[in-house]
Each structure stands twice: as C-alpha cells, then as structure tokens.
Design a protein around this ligand. Structure first.
Ligand code: NAP
Ligand code: F7E
Length: 369
C-alpha cells in the first residue's frame, strides 16, 4: 500500500513542489483545494508528471476555516502524513485582514490537530506545520536558531506563533508526531506574484523587453535568507521521516538585501544598475530598451543580448511608500545546523542560481515559448 499524504495549501508554491516530490516517492497524495471562480491548479499542472498525477493525486474541495469539512476529510482519508501548508501567507495583506489571517493561519492549524485527535489517528498520522522565520520578526539574535526567542511583527507572524505553540502543545499533551518546520523565505518561478522576489523578476523581464517603465518597491534595505522552494520541500518530508518529532530551522545560512536581488536580476542581462539618492528618494538607473508603443516584447534575448534594440538610460527602480509595512522585519538569517546534523538536509541552490532560474522563467513566459 502506498503511503497517503494530505496536503492543505496544495495549489500554492510549496504545495505544488511537495506534491511533485511525494508523487515521485510513490505516495498517494490528497490535497485540500479552495473552490475558486477560475482554475487554480496551474502550478500542479506545470510541476507534476501527468501520469503520476492522474493515478495518485486526489483533490478535495475545502477550506481551512471549515472545521466540519477538515474533520470529515481527515476521517475519510486517514492519512499517514499531513502537511499543513494552507495559509493567508502575505505579511502585508495580514495587516489589512488580521482576523481572517488568524482564522486560517492560527485556528486552521488547530482544526487539523483536533481533527487528527478526534479521528483517533494520533498514533498513526505525522503532522507537519508550516512555521516561519516571521516568528523571529524583530530578531533577538543573529543568526536565529531553534532557541532564539520569538518576536513576531505582523498579524501573520502572531497567527503563526499560535499555530507553532499549538503544534508543540499537541505533541506534549497527546504524544502526537507533530513537528514545526521553521522555514526561512523560499522562492521559485512559482512564487506568488506579489512577493518581492517574483515581483522583481517579472518586472525585470518586462523592463528588459521594453514592456514596463519602472519597478516600484518598498523597503529595499530588508535582508532575507532566501532559498529555493524545491530544496525546502525536501526538508518538510525529512522532518516527518525523522525518528522523533521536533522543531527545525530550514534556511540557507546566507542573507541578501532586496536591493541586491534587484541588482543581480538585471546583471543577468548584463545591465548594471547605478543606485542614487537615499530613503524614499533612492532610485536605480540603468540603460534599458525604450518602452515599446505596440506592447510587443522587444529587447533582451538570452545568449544574444539587445541586438538592434533602441536603448535609453532612465530610472528603472523607485521607492513607493505604499509598499512599506506598519511594522517591518528588517533582517532574517537562519542557522540550519540542527537540520543539517539530524536530518542531513542542506540547501542545494545558490542565491545567484535562484535569481537566474526565476528570471529565465519570466523571460521565457514573456516570449510565449
Ligand atoms: P502560497 O503560495 O501563498 O500558498 C498558500 C496556499 O494556501 C494556497 O494553496 C492557497 O490556496 C491556500 N489557502 C489560502 N487560504 C486558504 C484557506 N482559507 N483554506 C484553504 N487553503 C487556503 O504559500 P507558500 O509560499 O506555498 O507557503 C506555504 C506555507 O508555508 C504557508 O503556510 C506559508 O505561510 C508558509 N511559509 C512560507 C514561506 C515562504 O517563504 N514561501 C516561508 C515560511 C513559511 P489558493 O491557491 O486558493 O490561494
Ligand atoms: O517581502 C520587502 C518587504 O513579501 C520580503 C512569506 O512567504 O516569507 C514571506 O514573507 C521583504 C520585506 O516576503 C516590496 O518589506 C520591499 O521586508 O517577499 P515578501 P516576507 O514578508 O518576508 C516569510 C518567511 C513567510 O512566512 C511569508 O509567508 O521585501 N519589500 N518592497 C517588499 N515586499 C513586497 N511583497 N513587495 C514590495 O514591493
């Protein structure tokens, strides 16, 4: 009998990479999918082998805010492993929707834990909780380890703190195999388009093709420990295969600023950015294709450059305070020593490789190939 996994948040970035991984490992995968007015399974379709998906992937309508639905699904599926990835995962949006964010991200986790308990699956089912480096928020030490005190800085972070401790509490109270993966930022070509890395690579691809004037960003001094989602979902699986449950930091151990991410994305096309000014007046200036009138991509071709394209020097990056947050997390840097020593996990993708893969994907998408 193949192992059965139940993934909430299966349509998201991590859900799609994890589904691909588990299908390759021979699992039967069940996923919780929200009813939406348009299909939202494009990531799964792009990432998962169609044959394995048609035989062993089952999608169920549901929502993390619906206790009955979650309990019934878990009772019916009786999964060996649950990966609770569903979340309102955007930090800035959480300031605009704090109550909804807590319902999904905090209580949603409790609904899963209770469902496993009520279905008498406590000895069978291993549970992975998608915890986050946002728990550290206003950091108390650098780098952060599993022992660093928490100080969340957003409704998202606070909701995830509740979920973290509920997971620990069910483990300690009922002996459940419930573990937290404290994952630092991880990105990919399948990252949501409003997170900063994907916003940058999509805009860079458009600017390099004469389709966009400039990119507007918030705090470019923010520093993150950015890894690749493909590497990070392997850690999720390893956490549930470990002898004992626990809490694990998953990070690369290297940090970069938002500004560095932008610089590297344009450098990929051989375009240097000159940074001028300070604070809200800071701008990035570069020599790029003029914005085309007809909306047809014309500009950078990987391997060829900008042959015959009319170019100009202009501001391509500017600060827009609209993207500032009421409270910011300025710096995050994880120490992944515990996961390396106990799980044998290590990030495989370097920062430049990550930026390059994301930009190449967005350039290819623009060219329609
Ligand atoms: P994501 O791309 O935003 O995906 C979130 C998933 O949750 C989507 O499938 C979304 O469904 C689903 N979802 C949202 N609200 C829901 C609800 N009410 N009921 C059921 N499903 C719901 O996020 P991600 O980057 O893959 O992250 C996965 C998890 O890891 C999240 O819990 C996130 O908070 C956490 N995390 C992420 C990072 C990171 O850097 N990526 C780091 C640490 C922790 P739709 O497709 O319908 O929107
Ligand atoms: O912001 C700054 C912003 O939205 C990164 C989620 O997956 O990782 C993610 O949360 C930094 C912040 O990710 C813009 O202020 C500047 O300092 O890409 P982000 P995040 O907030 O770190 C954690 C680990 C999670 O758990 C979350 O689910 O970039 N920034 N200018 C900007 N951010 C955005 N989104 N847009 C800007 O224009």
């Amino acid at each position: 009998m193949p192992k059965k996994a139940f993934i909430t948040g299966i349509t998201g970035q991590d859900g799609a990479y994890l589904t691909d991984l588990l299908l390759k490992k021979g699992y039967e995968v069940h996923g919780l999918m929200r009813r939406t007015s348009q299909f939202n399974t494009s990531r799964l379709e792009e990432l998962c082998a169609p044959e394995a998906a048609s035989e062993r992937l089952f999608l169920h309508y549901g929502d993390s805010t619906d206790s009955l639905n979650i309990t019934t699904l878990i009772e019916d599926i009786r999964p060996d492993e649950i990966y609770n990835l569903a979340a309102q995962s955007h930090v800035k949006v959480s300031f605009e929707m704090p109550i909804y964010t807590c319902d999904v991200d905090a209580l949603g986790t409790l609904r899963i834990l209770e469902a496993v308990r009520l279905a008498h699956l406590m000895d069978k089912t291993h549970i992975y909780q998608a915890s986050t480096s946002e728990l550290f928020g206003k950091v108390h030490e650098i780098p952060q380890t599993e022992k660093t005190p928490f100080h969340p800085r957003s409704p998202y972070g606070v909701a995830k703190l509740f979920a973290y401790w509920m997971t620990v509490n069910y483990r300690e109270s009922y002996g459940m195999f419930a573990s937290n993966g404290i994952l630092f930022n991880h990105e990919s070509p399948f990252r949501g388009e409003t997170f900063v890395t994907r916003k940058i690579t999509m805009a860079a691809a458009r600017i390099l093709n004469g389709l966009q004037d400039r990119l507007e960003l918030g705090n470019m001094d923010a520093k993150r420990d950015w890894g690749h989602a493909r590497d990070f979902v392997e850690a999720m699986w390893l956490i549930l295969q470990h002898d004992t449950p626990g809490d694990f930091i998953i990070a690369t151990g290297e940090q970069h600023s938002v500004r560095e991410f932008v610089t590297l994305a344009f450098e990929y096309a051989g375009v240097p950015i000159r940074w001028e000014g300070e604070g809200v007046n800071e701008v990035g200036i570069a020599c790029v294709p003029k914005v085309s009138e007809d909306g047809i991509p014309c500009g950078f071709i990987p391997g060829k450059g900008f042959e015959g394209v009319p170019m100009e020097e202009r501001v391509v990056v500017a600060v827009n305070p609209e993207f500032f947050r009421p409270a910011e997390v300025e710096t995050l840097l994880g120490n992944p020593a515990k996961s390396r020593d106990l799980l044998g996990w290590q990030a495989k993708t370097s920062f430049p490789q990550l930026v390059q893969e994301m930009l190449e994907y967005d350039l290819k998408k623009l060219s329609g190939k």
